[in-house]
Design a protein around this ligand. Structure first.
Ligand SMILES: Cc1cc2nc3c(=O)[nH]c(=O)nc-3n(C[C@H](O)[C@H](O)[C@H](O)COP(=O)(O)OP(=O)(O)OC[C@H]3O[C@@H](n4cnc5c(N)ncnc54)[C@H](O)[C@@H]3O)c2cc1C
Length: 477
């Protein structure tokens, strides 16, 4: 849009939750691995007359996920209708028609919730009222699990079509069924993995930003932002470690939204009220992530595997409302070498396994004390899928809720910011433009529409539209 733009990044590499670790030739994408809705990334490049494909190659992944349950049932979640119907029939022949009706419902939710409202900035209650009748017609008050259960009867299939809110920090038992639109996004476009890993997508985005004249300061944590309002338009004076203070007409913060108000804008009128409001909201769960590389390959693997434990509802209640670390788990296993063998040294695999766990506000777990043993227990359970796993591990590291708090200033160590509940969605989420602090805009997981790569890219789109209107410049779309 022609703005001179400076990006401050606290860490030594860009990417945020999509940071990359490299250990002894193994490449570990720290966070996002399931890239959906690639068109929102393509659109971002097209805005400046470039092509995403010239910056990074997105490789299709199939099956999208392999789902496995502790009773031995397995389900390949694929994008093509015939293949998916076949999988449904194999697990529960009586649910084929129900699945068809469920898919049709998700198509309608997608048309309303994603295509029409996904990148709209909900700045006023009127915006929300306009969307309300459609949300009511779609029965947005129902949870994902409750909605799916109206269509399919088999418990495995109910879980198979209900787990998606977990990908954006929501509990399937209380997240609005609007989030079933993720199913249609995956059916429509599939799931992708960037060649070279998610880090290659981050590098592509940074190259685009720098090609357009943006300045990136790494290892430059912003400590405070002062608002100067004397006379002319407000100026935001950014104080970052190691750099001289710099004044800007506007700031877009995608730092943790609580950190933005409680620390960066502390003392600025309106910030404390927002901070208190955020402290009353429900926050998404946290994650324990274990990264490990093996000296051997496991040729029978899928790229994305979800391993459901014996408990579903009980475990979800413990993760979202419990005050302790449950002894059992449901896991997501990432095996990127299936799609891109370059992610590990020849003959090896690079993995991460992720376990959703309570955030620190609910369960004050001493992660430093328990992380090693918790990781060991997860690896032991993975031996049923990956025989001889533990003796073939060459490198290993973990990331805990305490790390989310320490390294991302994440409130309660939450992995996905404010929880995606109906009462915390759209207008009820922190707004893309702060109502009280002139020139402060938000993007990222804590604002509308929410977490996930498509979510944060669409939040940026909604925010840029708002900035374009406020500063009377063309947004370019
Ligand atoms: C383990 C994991 C797996 C995930 N998997 C997927 C997936 O498969 N698919 C998907 O779509 N989504 C996934 N997600 C969600 C997705 O990664 C996030 O929702 C999204 O990346 C959040 O982007 P963001 O810009 O809001 O925040 P972040 O990525 O956290 O970016 C915020 C940035 O601000 C910087 N920062 C914070 N405070 C300051 C400060 N004071 N000064 C300077 N810099 C600061 C941080 O260092 C960071 O770089 C996953 C998340 C995690 C944690």
């Amino acid at each position: 849009m022609g703005f001179e733009t400076v990006c401050y990044e606290a860490h030594d590499k860009p990417g945020g939750r999509a940071y990359v670790y490299e250990d002894e030739g193994f490449i570990f994408d720290a966070g996002p691995t399931v890239i959906t809705a690639p068109h929102c990334l393509e659109e971002l490049f097209e805005l400046s007359g470039r092509r995403l494909a010239d910056y990074v190659r997105l490789l299709p992944v199939s099956p999208l996920y392999r789902l496995r349950w502790s009773d031995g049932v397995s389900f390949d979640y694929v994008a093509d209708e015939a293949g998916l119907l076949e999988q449904v029939r194999r697990v529960s022949p009586g649910d084929v028609d129900g699945y068809r009706r469920f898919a049709d419902y998700t198509r309608r939710v997608f048309a309303k919730g994603y295509e029409e409202l996904g990148a709209v900035p909900f700045l006023s209650f009127t915006d929300m009222l306009r969307a309300a009748p459609a949300l009511a017609r779609l029965r947005a008050d129902r949870s994902v699990y409750a909605l799916v259960s109206r269509f399919v009867k088999d418990e495995h299939l109910r879980q198979a079509f209900s787990f998606h809110p977990l990908l954006v920090g929501g509990n399937p038992l209380d997240t609005s069924c609007i989030y079933t639109l993720i199913h249609w996004i995956e059916r429509k476009w599939g799931v992708f993995f960037p060649e070279g890993g998610t880090g290659a997508l981050v590098r592509g985005l940074v190259r685009l930003f720098e090609d357009l004249g943006g300045t990136l300061h790494l290892e430059s944590p912003v400590e405070r932002i002062r608002l100067e309002t004397g006379g002319g338009p407000p100026q935001h004076v950014v104080q970052a470690a190691g750099l001289p203070p710099a004044a800007f007409d506007l700031v877009v913060s995608n730092a943790d939204v609580h950190h933005t108000y409680a620390t960066l804008y502390r003392g600025v009128a309106g910030a404390q009220r927002r901070q208190r409001r955020l402290e009353r909201m429900a926050w998404s769960m946290s994650l324990f992530v274990l990264y490990f590389g093996t000296r051997r390959r496991y040729p029978e693997l899928a790229h994305h595997t979800i391993l459901f434990g014996p408990r579903f509802k009980g475990l979800l209640r413990d993760i979202f409302h419990g005050d302790h670390l449950p002894a059992d788990f449901s896991l997501y296993l990432h095996a990127p070498t299936v799609t891109d063998p370059g992610m590990a040294p020849a003959g090896g695999e690079s993995f991460y396994v992720l376990s959703p766990v309570p955030h620190l506000g609910n369960a004050a777990i001493d992660w430093e004390a328990v992380a090693g043993a918790y990781g060991d227990a997860i690896l032991e359970s993975l031996e049923s899928q990956l025989p001889g796993l533990r003796e073939s591990i060459v490198v290993r590291r973990h990331f805990t809720p305490a790390d989310f708090a320490a390294k991302f200033d994440a409130y309660h160590g939450s992995a996905f910011s404010v929880a995606p509940r109906l009462t915390q969605t759209a207008f009820f989420r922190p707004h893309n433009r702060d109502p009280d602090i002139p020139g402060l805009y938000l993007a990222g997981a804590g604002t509308h529409p929410g977490a996930g790569v498509p979510g944060v890219v669409n939040s940026a789109k909604a925010t840029c539209d708002t900035i374009a209107a406020d500063f009377r410049v063309g947004a370019g779309w």
